[in-house]
Design a binder for this molecule. Structure first.
Ligand code: NAD
Length: 480
């Protein structure tokens, strides 16, 4: 069985740990490889190499640094379908969804190629008589990133291109559930010919996460994952005097007004809730149907959900792949059982037909008469389970959203500009859509939620990405 290797000091090396985990194709249950659970000695080597590479990488002109990113972007374009196939194999999402995962990752490389412009500072002559002032953006040192299972190609690219384009060096710890995509992407990075030590990859789990948050030679950490771990990373990292941006979990409410256009809205809502088997941080989890919208949309949504073909994401026509693991399938089934036990009405049961399936498949599930107090109305399920809540007014819908501690994204579906404006103005989630099912900010805007969905100040990519990986140095000059 192939055991994956870390990437340290410009080469692939074996972890000194003998602990490994199986990487499993969730559609076939085939073991694809084994991933090492690296130890602190492995991390120390990676950080030492990144630290040694920093002084000369920082001095490399920004336009030259951008050329490496550009070369990698071209390799990613050439290998897009190959990488997408790996994403489907280790994650389970459909091939089209996997292509989107890679494409959205490449978008970040496009933006980072503009670093000579993006990184520019500010200046003013005569801040005093004969005194000039410049404010430069400078790299800080070695950054680390810890990423989740649900976007194996894209999420690491929310961070690494910006960190290294601005002159920092970098250590990535990919999700131990989906390490193959990054393993292949690092082979492509290797072809780019970056100086040794600029980028490192250390496989592993909890031990590596804590190591990155505590390491004295790491200046900052980017994290994406569930809220409890995001909070832990933020608290541990900041306690060790690091910059931290930690993007956490979600429970996303989509509000449907009675005047919403029925056909497209039904399609978009279904894609939002069941796309990527509900394992997107921007997935619609609960639909709040206001007034007559309940009668208009309820049956349509159930019908649309029934039409979704579930199967191996590499097969044509399949619209929904498996969930990530056996444990996660059991967790989602546990939520469905709680929904029934707590009195929600099961309109479509995704367990049926998949009780003994080979592969971690579940069909779409739709619950009606959900309340915000029920477990399925409150907690992030992260699976293909849609909850319906009926509301009397837009104000009531907004109150339900505002009461929740998570605030990643939300959307409203309406043709009424006044309702849309009121909604956008009054709700907290800091990524939101108007007639959009998955309101994902493009790489040139910032990505991240608020409240318990985000810990830190500066969000992922866009202008915040540049800000997070640099500090400002103000130089005041007078010549006698
Ligand atoms: P996770 O929190 O289980 O894992 C994320 C990372 O943390 C992994 O690299 C993992 O190795 C590490 N980790 C897991 N448990 C840990 C622990 N106890 N201590 C230290 N490190 C630990 O998340 P996941 O299941 O991989 O991803 C799904 C979650 O990520 C969902 O909650 C989803 O909403 C969230 N997510 C959020 C965004 C966003 O933009 N806010 C984007 C993608 C995913």
């Amino acid at each position: 069985m192939r055991i994956l290797q870390n990437y340290v000091d410009g080469e692939f090396v074996s972890s000194s740990s003998s602990e490994v985990l199986d990487v499993i194709n969730p559609a076939t249950e085939e073991v694809l490889a084994q991933v090492p659970l690296s130890n602190r000695a492995d991390l120390d080597q990676a950080v030492a190499s990144a630290k040694a590479a920093f002084p000369s990488w920082r001095r490399t002109p920004a336009a030259e640094r951008a050329k490496y990113i550009f070369r990698f972007k071209n390799l990613m374009e050439e290998h897009l379908d190959e990488i997408a196939t790996l994403v489907t194999q280790e994650h389970g999402k459909t091939f089209a969804e996997a292509q989107g995962d890679v494409r959205r990752g490449i978008d970040n490389l496009d933006v980072a190629c503009g670093i000579p412009s993006l990184m520019q500072g500010e200046s003013l002559e005569d801040v005093g008589r004969g005194i000039d002032c410049v404010s430069n953006r400078r790299a800080l040192g070695v950054f680390g990133a810890i990423t989740p299972f649900n976007f194996p190609a894209m999420v690491p690219l929310w961070f690494m291109p910006y960190a290294i384009a601005t002159g920092n060096t970098f250590v990535l710890k990919p999700s131990e559930q989906v390490p193959l995509t990054q393993q292949r992407m690092f082979e492509l990075w290797h072809q780019v010919g970056l100086p040794k030590g600029v980028i490192q990859m250390v496989h592993g789990a909890k031990e590596m996460v804590n190591g990155l948050c505590e390491h004295p030679d790491i200046v900052g950490v980017s994290f994406v994952g569930s809220t409890p771990v995001a909070k832990h990373v933020y608290e541990t990292g900041t306690r060790h005097h690091k910059r931290v941006q930690a993007l956490g979990g979600a429970k996303n409410f989509l509000v449907v007004m009675p005047d919403a256009e029925p056909e497209m809205t039904t399609q978009v809502l279904s894609d939002s809730c069941f796309g990527c088997a509900g394992e997107r941080c921007l997935a619609g989890a609960t639909l709040i149907l206001v007034g007559q919208a309940y009668e208009i949309f309820k049956d349509r949504l159930v019908q649309k959900a029934k039409e979704i073909k579930v199967g191996n994401g590499l097969e044509p026509d399949v619209l929904m792949g498996p969930v990530i693991s056996k444990a996660h399938k059991e967790r989602v089934i546990g939520y469905i059982e709680k929904g029934v036990a707590e009195g929600a009405e099961l309109l479509l049961d995704g367990r049926v037909g998949y009780e003994n399936s080979k592969g971690y498949f579940l069909g779409p599930t739709v619950f009606d008469k959900v309340t915000p107090e029920m477990t399925i109305g409150r907690e992030e399920v992260f699976g293909p389970v849609l909850c319906l809540i009926k509301a009397d007014s837009l104000d009531q819908a907004v109150a339900i959203i505002e009461k929740h501690e998570l605030a990643n994204t939300t959307s409203i579906f309406t043709q009424n500009g006044k309702w849309a404006r009121e909604f956008a103005y009054n709700v907290s989630p800091s990524m939101m859509g108007i007639n959009i099912g998955v309101a994902a900010p493009m790489s040139f805007f910032n990505f991240g939620g608020t409240k318990q969905s985000f810990f830190g100040d500066l969000k992922a990519h866009g202008k915040h990405g540049i800000e997070f990986y640099t500090e400002r140095k103000v130089v005041i000059t007078r010549w006698f």
